[in-house]
Design a binder for this molecule. Structure first.
Ligand SMILES: [Fe+2]
Length: 121
């Protein structure tokens, strides 16, 4: 059953119900050292706990941003995917950046996970 209130906002672990958040907030993993202009991988897994991928209830996509700058989208198909993606990105400026990942569940709305990174020279 869809939860209408979850569709009125971007949900986070701070705002969404804890049990629902555990299955929906994207978890971002990056290398410990990130260099300006050098490709690196970003792994995004939806939820600390596994989310189902059934026809009636599944993660539709993950979007990745650096701050407010769009980087990537990965779409998923019910039954045929796990809600996890690895993308290779390049950041052209040094300094602290906030990677933001958004997942969308067809029944539980959009969820945001964040990871601050330091892009070194
Ligand atoms: Fe869900």
């Amino acid at each position: 059953m869809a939860e209408p209130s979850l569709f009125c906002q971007v949900n986070t672990s701070a705002t969404g119900p804890a049990e629902t958040a555990k299955k929906h907030v994207p978890v971002i993993t990056v290398p410990s050292v990130i260099k300006v202009g050098q490709p690196f991988t970003v792994n995004i897994k939806v939820g600390e706990a596994p989310h189902v991928m059934e026809n009636g209830h599944f993660i539709q996509f993950i979007d990745l941003y650096s701050g407010h700058i769009y980087i990537s989208r990965v779409d998923f198909t019910a039954e045929l995917n796990k809600p996890e993606a690895t993308v290779t990105i390049v950041l052209p400026h040094e300094g602290k950046r906030l990677l933001r990942a958004f997942s969308r569940c067809n029944l539980h709305g959009i969820w945001e996970g964040k990871k601050e990174i330091d892009v070194a020279k």
